[in-house]
Design a protein around this ligand. Structure first.
Ligand SMILES: [Zn+2]
Length: 122
């Protein structure tokens, strides 16, 4: 399954980050998903719950935002940002767009609880 490979990659990054910053628990993860990344948020989220169980991200909330895609109309030359899979020029309606991006999947933000301060004595 496509999503499980993605989630495995995300988990590696989360555990790395948690380790580096010394966080106790990751509470929230925000993803930015390209319009063409072909990821289903519900599947991704269910998959994440499975992978996160027993890790630093156990119980963390996963949210996905769609990254707008950049397009340029071949007919009228207008540039646009597409946020839905409806690839037509908003200005003239032509379906001939030069598109760029859309396949990326990045972690936009990680929210975490810091490790409780250990009483460091001078
Ligand atoms: Zn156009």
């Amino acid at each position: 399954m496509h999503e499980s490979a993605i989630v495995a990659g995300i988990m590696r990054i989360l555990e790395d980050e948690a380790c580096r910053h010394g966080v106790a628990r990751i509470t929230r993860v925000r993803l930015q998903v390209g319009l063409l990344a072909a990821v289903e948020e519900r599947t991704l989220s269910a998959c994440f719950d499975l992978y996160a169980a027993g890790t630093v991200a156990d119980g963390a909330e996963l949210s996905c935002e769609t990254t707008p895609m950049h397009g340029r109309c071949r007919v009228c030359g207008k540039e646009c940002e597409l946020t839905r899979r409806h690839f037509a020029c908003p200005a003239c309606g032509a379906a001939e767009l030069d598109l760029s991006g859309g396949h990326e999947l990045t972690i936009a933000a990680i929210e975490a609880q810091p490790q409780p301060q250990q009483g460091v004595r001078p």
